[in-house]
Design a protein around this ligand. Structure first.
Ligand code: AMP
Ligand code: MG
Length: 331
């Protein structure tokens, strides 16, 4: 018996919804990129707020159409279906994100690895779950080296050197989409708001009452409980957790973050939260650090400038980076 679980918005935005004289808080949710997302803005004009939010969602949809592996005509799917055969010309935007993803792979010792596609297909966590046998895992592991992704910036083309290879941007595209949506909101005159693409969140400006936006970090094992609350201003936060998308078979939990070293769900953490300036960074890093584990992961967080984080290890012990310790509140 396979049981599927999916907790969608696992970071809760704590906003009072209070509107000051002349400024209101407007909020809309949508289902895109296989998940729920929510945009909240503070604005004096409901029409401006509405238009800005709609355009931000349209931007996220545009990114989904370019980068989804569930859409056969997406540019990313075309790269994947030509693996081992030929280079595929794609937009500069996709090339730039692939290059950034490779930087996070290098930073996290390969914990973050967008070439994990063949393993993602085997485990099928998003589709309900499947436990592959050792042979299948061994064969997939032969075609997940991210160094076999050849990016030719001049020609604007990407070539996957081995047949069967597949890029999966599921660990970074939501963060990127969150950053792009924030940029679209700002272009539309919005000075303050929150973009939450599932757990990849950008908070910018201040609330209508002058206070900072508050984000509650979900407890990985206690439903509807927070491990703490952080105030954010012009920052992004992402959480990668084993409770987000998972299935349980014969009493064992299998989840969606795969350790490229073992070919199995990463086992060293329950959740990793990263705070930094951009959600593209927090998204890539939180997934990669989840694979690295608590010791190496915290060393990396402390080494990187302007990056903070919370790591909950496999036993439930909570470690907070030095720059975040006195920013975490109970409520
Ligand atoms: P996140 O929720 O940001 O931690 O991303 C999880 C998603 O990233 C999964 O659903 C997969 O699509 C993809 N993924 C899984 N394992 C890895 C990995 N080791 N490196 C990069 N992406 C991964
Ligand atoms: Mg991620």
């Amino acid at each position: 018996m396979v049981k599927i679980f999916q907790i969608i918005l696992f970071i809760c935005i704590i906003s009072t919804g209070i509107s000051e004289a002349g400024e209101g808080i407007f909020k809309k949710s949508k289902s895109l990129m296989g998940t729920e997302m929510e945009i909240t803005v503070a604005s004096a004009d409901e029409k401006i707020a509405d238009k800005a939010i709609d355009e931000a969602f349209a931007e996220i949809k545009r990114i989904e159409e370019m980068m989804s592996t569930y859409i056969p005509e997406s540019q990313l799917s075309r790269i994947n279906s030509s693996a081992g055969k030929k280079a595929v010309k794609v937009d500069k935007e996709l090339i730039r994100l692939i290059k950034r993803a490779i930087e996070y792979a290098d930073m996290t010792d390969g914990g973050f690895n967008i070439a994990v596609g063949p393993l993602i297909k085997l485990w099928k966590v998003a589709e309900g779950g499947n436990i592959p046998d050792n042979d299948e895992i061994r064969r997939a592991k032969e075609i997940i080296n991210y160094k076999d992704i050849a990016v030719d910036e001049k020609k604007g083309a990407v070539f996957l050197r081995k047949k069967g290879m597949a890029i999966d941007l599921g660990g970074i595209a939501k963060g990127y989409a969150s950053d792009r949506a924030e940029a679209v909101l700002k272009k539309n005159g919005i000075a303050s708001g929150i973009v939450a693409v599932a757990g990849d969140i950008n908070a910018f400006g201040k609330k209508a009452d002058g206070g900072k936006w508050r984000i509650g970090i979900q407890h990985p094992r206690k439903k509807d409980a927070f491990i703490g609350i952080i105030d954010l201003e012009d920052e992004a936060v992402s959480t990668s957790g084993d409770y987000e998308r998972f299935f349980i078979k014969d009493g064992k939990r299998y989840h969606h973050i795969i350790d490229p070293n073992t070919g199995e769900p990463a086992a060293k953490c329950q959740s990793v939260t990263v705070v930094a300036k951009e959600a593209t960074a927090t998204d890539g890093l939180s997934t990669g650090i989840f694979v690295m584990g608590p010791e190496k992961g915290m060393k990396l967080i402390e080494r990187l400038p302007d990056v903070e984080g919370i790591i909950i290890d496999a036993k439930g012990n909570i470690a907070v980076s030095s720059g975040l310790k006195n920013r975490i509140k109970d409520r």
